[in-house]
Design a protein around this ligand. Structure first.
Ligand code: GLN
Length: 459
């Protein structure tokens, strides 16, 4: 059972080869033996729901089940409702997965529950912030999982763990019930072993939700990818995101995949996203600004942790936030509050919004000539635990290739495209808003040609 993809396992369920309960128990047993720290909560018994069990990032509210977004400040919080996408998928809930606190991070080392280990090499990080979901799927502790991506938190951990991760068009999936980080960027998406599973899971997630006014009806059904060639498909390779700063092994795998795409009939040409190099700077103003506002609700009054304040209410707020938030979250609240403060708002937040618009325009221009943008997903393979914790700027560079798509609100997938130094590398494919079906088709064709084998991580 464990070696089957979610699609295969659901076909086997339909044929009656085993029951949903047997399947659940097989995965529950594996997940209970989890040595990667991928799960922060595990179901005790199979729920009544039929189907393929799902692992869910901690920050999705799940009724009656701990939902802490990897933070100490939400200790003991059990939401009275379930996030819309979890509801929409309707799968048996296997467990909640570890993550960077409030989805802030690229290595899962910012979690109040401790780091997650990469199943390919336990001395290395799985990526972040959805590191638990990525590691669980890669290690075969769950058939599939969901996570969220604000600047790369689905695509980068998928790349570092050798699986598929898709960030949908902004608004394709409801954010209702997702504990918010940066509301104009946060999107839920699937983690799967192959592209077919990604299509299957995404198809169950999308849709307009009256509880999220930024959600939209997906204009067409998400189909299962079929395409085996790339005849006439135009790939643009932005020079700004495929050269300097990318590790040689990652670049070599990237070029090999581009050559494969050409063999399948695609054209590959260099292009330019002139403002992309400014994306990270804009992101690290905008995301903290939104976070500083979103996280103001955690004050010890309504949810989770409350530290004693003998000297009164303000003292209680202060102590709760002092004790409950980790250092990265505090850093972001400080940066965000500063960027939004009177006198600085125009210089920082306003300026970053202008850069964001420029980046979205760059993509629009490029998509007049190309169907897709291709880049490496992350500049390096999985790095060692502890290597970047002391250097926030080096950590932020992980998202160099993924943040531009987030700022533009467009969809992008990461698929595994080989190994470098024995560790997985990811290939990113991005397209215009709501081009998910076409991205999945192209990714499927590439996947067949690449023939990546992830079974080593499941041993
Ligand atoms: N690594 C980025 C950050 O720390 C992106 C995180 C995310 O996508 N949630 O903000």
């Amino acid at each position: 059972m464990i070696e089957l993809t979610a699609k295969q396992v659901s076909d086997a369920l339909a044929r009656g080869e085993f029951s949903s309960r047997e399947l659940f128990e097989a995965y529950r047993e594996r997940a209970a033996g989890d040595e990667l720290n991928a799960f922060v909560w595990l179901a005790e018994e199979a729920p009544a729901d039929e189907g393929v069990p799902l692992a869910v990032k901690d920050l999705f509210c799940t009724e009656g089940v701990p939902s802490q977004a990897g933070s100490k400040i939400l200790e003991g919080y059990r939401p009275p409702y379930t996030a819309t996408v979890v509801e929409n998928i309707g799968a048996p809930l296997l467990g909640k997965t570890n993550q960077d606190e409030f989805a802030m991070g690229s290595s899962n080392e910012n979690s109040a529950f401790g780091p997650v280990l990469n199943p390919w090499d336990r001395e290395r990080v799985p990526g972040g912030s959805s590191g638990g979901s990525a590691a669980a799927v890669a290690a075969g502790l769950a058939p599939w999982a969901i996570g969220t991506d604000t600047g790369g938190s689905i695509r980068q951990p998928a790349a570092l763990c050798g699986i598929d991760g898709l960030k949908p068009t902004y608004g394709a999936c409801s954010r209702y019930g997702m504990i918010a980080f940066a509301s104009s960027l946060d999107q839920a998406g699937p983690f799967t072993r192959d592209v077919t599973d990604a299509a299957l899971l995404l198809g169950r997630m999308v849709g307009r939700d009256p509880c999220d006014s930024t959600s939209l009806e997906f204009p067409e059904p998400i189909g299962l990818p079929q395409r085996e060639d790339l005849d006439g498909v135009r790939f643009g390779v932005p020079s700004e995101l495929s050269g300097e700063g990318i590790e040689p092994g990652v670049l070599a795998a990237f070029r090999e995949t581009l050559a494969l795409a050409q063999k399948l009939g695609a054209t590959v040409e260099e292009c330019s996203l002139p403002h992309a190099p400014h994306a990270l700077s804009a992101y690290y103003v905008l995301a903290p600004a939104e976070a500083s506002s979103n996280l103001s609700r955690f004050d010890g009054v309504r949810y989770g942790l409350r530290s004693d304040g003998e000297a009164g209410l303000v003292e209680m707020y202060t102590r709760t936030r002092h004790d409950g938030f980790g250092p990265e979250v505090k850093r972001r609240i400080l940066i965000g509050t500063y960027a939004l403060s009177s006198g600085y708002y125009e210089a920082y937040y306003g300026r970053a919004q202008q850069v964001r618009t420029k980046i979205a325009e760059d993509f629009r221009t490029v998509f007049e000539r190309f169907d897709f943008i291709a880049t490496p997903t992350a500049p390096t393979v999985a790095f060692r635990l502890g290597d970047k914790v002391g250097d926030p700027l080096a950590m932020y560079l992980n998202d160099y290739c993924t943040v531009p798509m987030s700022l533009a609100g467009i969809p992008a997938i990461s698929i595994p495209n080989g190994l470098s130094e024995g560790l997985p590398v990811g290939f990113q494919l991005a397209g215009p808003a709501f081009s998910e079906n076409r991205i999945l088709d192209a990714a499927y064709a590439l996947e067949q040609a690449i023939g990546f084998d992830g079974s080593d991580a499941r041993r």
